[in-house]
Design a protein. Sequence first.
Length: 257
Amino acid sequence: MLTSVRLYNNKKVDAEYSKKDEKPFICPLCKEEVFLRKGLVRIHHFYHKQNSNCHFGEGESENHRLCKRQILNALQKEPAAINFDIERTELKTVIPDISGRIRDIPVVIEIQNSSIDIETIKYRTREYTRRGIYLLWILIWNDRLDSEKYNPRLWERYIHDLYKGRLYYWKEDLDVIPYHFGDYYFYREPEPYYDTSGEQHYPGSYYEFSKRYVTPIKGNVVNIVEGFLPFVRNYEKTDIFEFHNSILYSDNQNIWW
């Protein structure tokens, strides 16, 4: 978590601009005391005691915090991006990573790097839709995406299908790379065998569809402010997932796969 509440004046504060001698700080969600961690290398942030039951900020990696910080800083320099902030608690039922308005369109950006339950994704998507806020899910890029064979986690597949076959991976500042998960096929070349008369046979080679792996197909780099539009996702039930009516923020480039 990059923000907390300074107890003595009950004001929301950002770890980037806070000092340790301004303590105590409290979590805006559970009201327990949290502690400021600052250093030369790590992104400044607040953290709960080890035995805390609060889930706010739980599981956030250094890359997650870096992504959140860089996107916010870049958005705050954009004239078309209005009133952007991190970790707003006004919605009560959800705490968005980043939220504000782009050309008067209410937008929430949720950054996901660690494993997450699909029901949690559904819940957050439903809550933002209920409030008329367009949702952009962003993951953090990794070099495995540039290989021919990629093993996406189940929740990655869900978000990919939620956006009708595209998934956004953050690279730097406001730049994200959309990927489509294409089919992957294993090349199979069976061993020769002998029939009952002793004659050797060479079966033909073939390609076998993989249920586990996909081939990532990269689209053009997209700027969060310039390259996205509101998108209405209608209800759909597939063999694997069920998607409810939702409002999303999706890139505006044509199909590239």
